[in-house]
Ligand binder design. Structure first.
Ligand code: NAD
Ligand code: DAU
Length: 359
């Protein structure tokens, strides 16, 4: 029997990581996935409830921290991975503004420790076929004006502690490829949405507040633009990059779906009002509240995904309205998951972030 490919996924209990593991187990029967996650507030074992090791013997879970260099070196030595998908990060911009230290610790130091462990495994085992996929964000490029797109050669110009820490980790990752030859690619992706997204981010927060008839807080004038990508399309792009991407390269990934925040919120109100059978007098748009802006708020993100399309033949398969409808339906049918993630710590965060925004 052919042996399975051992793949390490960091941050696999988070939003994109858990969608990725589910997708990879379905589409790559030759992969065995080792999921390493520290289970911070954003990491949730319930995201993987259907993939527990007794239901899926190709999925193993390690409750561990990427900053723990000793643990990583032992794990790499024991398992000898053929690939690493590095998702683990502190990922929320607003949190990085209020509590930046964890971002430097995990995103910079944690990535460094993971690169060190990967390099020592790769060198000690005679430099076999291996690839490290470093998953990053379009936010490293800063903010766009009304026209133009981020390409792979756009200079880095991060605005928040989150994007600055991700930029730092991108530079470290590329340095390990240039200096030591570690086979590695970097991906910079636009805003994801879909099932299992923690309800501190725009789309799940608005869906749940609409369902519960709570205020819908819009930062600034609501005209900031994001380029939305359905999470499964991102997962497919990452597998394409792992299998055929060129070492040392960067690939931008985006949905070509630019919307002002206020337009996204209006769409969510309309789609949910229909599903919840709310009449015209009960329009959820009445819940919209303009609140104090995010400091350093980037105005517009938009990805030119031409390189991954032409080199690797990837394109998103979900249009925004299709993906958003599936996402709304997922939240409506998974309210038990929602109740479980809204711990006391979640409520504390909502108060801390939104109290100071009341205008
Ligand atoms: P998330 O916050 O939902 O999940 C992050 C996961 O990392 C959690 O499971 C958490 O427990 C884990 N983690 C955090 N610190 C850790 C540590 N020190 N050691 C081990 N595990 C740790 O994030 P997400 O939205 O799924 O994003 C995943 C990755 O994709 C991040 O690197 C992020 O920068 C990048 N990204 C996200 C988006 C997006 O729109 N969400 C877009 C582009 C890129
Ligand atoms: O672009 C990729 C990035 O997208 C990822 O790297 C980040 O991990 C991810 O969190 C996301 O960052 P954003 O800051 O764009 O996402 P967020 O959902 O926090 O906000 C989206 C937009 O909505 C942004 O312009 C701020 C605005 N917003 C957000 C919240 C939470 C509001 O107007 N009100 C809100 O309550």
């Amino acid at each position: 029997m052919k042996s399975l490919k051992k793949i390490l996924v960091t941050g696999g209990a988070g939003f994109i990581g858990s969608n990725f593991i589910r997708h990879a187990l379905q589409t790559r029967p030759e992969w065995e996935i080792y999921n390493l996650d520290a289970l911070t507030y954003a990491g949730n074992p319930n995201n993987l409830a259907d993939l527990s090791p007794d239901q899926n013997p190709r999925h193993h879970f390690f409750h561990a921290d990427i900053r723990d260099g000793k643990f990583l070196k032992n794990l790499f030595q024991k398992e000898s991975f053929e690939g690493v998908f590095h998702f683990a990060a502190e990922s929320h911009v607003d949190r990085s503004i209020l509590e930046p230290e964890a971002f430097v610790e995990t995103n910079v130091l944690g990535t460094f420790r993971l690169l060190e462990a990967s390099l020592s495994q790769w060198e000690q085992t005679g430099r076999p076929k291996f690839k490290f996929v470093h998953i990053s964000t379009d936010e490293v490029y800063g903010s766009l004006g009304p026209v133009g797109y981020f390409t792979e050669t756009t200079p880095y110009d991060p605005s928040s502690p989150y994007s600055a820490s991700k930029a730092g980790s991108d530079h470290l990752a590329k340095a390990y490829c240039k200096t030591y030859g570690l086979p590695l690619v970097v991906t910079n992706c636009s805003n994801n949405y879909g099932p299992y997204q923690f309800p501190e981010k725009l789309i799940p927060l608005m869906i749940l507040n609409i369902i519960e008839k709570k205020p819908l807080p819009v930062y600034g004038d609501g005209k900031n633009i994001r380029d939305w990508l359905y999470v499964v399309d991102h997962c497919e792009a990452l597998i394409r990059v792992f299998e055929d991407g060129r070492n040392g390269e960067t690939y931008n990934i985006g949905g070509s779906a630019e919307y002002e925040n206020i337009a996204v919120i209006h769409l969510l109100c309309e789609l949910l009002d229909k599903r919840l059978q709310r009449g015209p007098g009960e329009s959820s748009k009445n819940l919209i509240r303009m609140v104090k802006d995010r400091p350093g708020h980037d105005r517009r993100y938009a990805i030119d995904a031409g390189k991954i399309k032409s080199e690797l033949g990837w394109a998103p398969r979900h249009g925004f309205e299709d993906g958003i409808s599936q996402t709304i339906d997922w939240y409506l049918t998974h309210m038990a998951w929602v109740h479980a993630v809204r711990s006391g710590r979640y409520r504390e965060w909502i108060e801390k972030n939104y109290d100071k925004r009341d205008q």
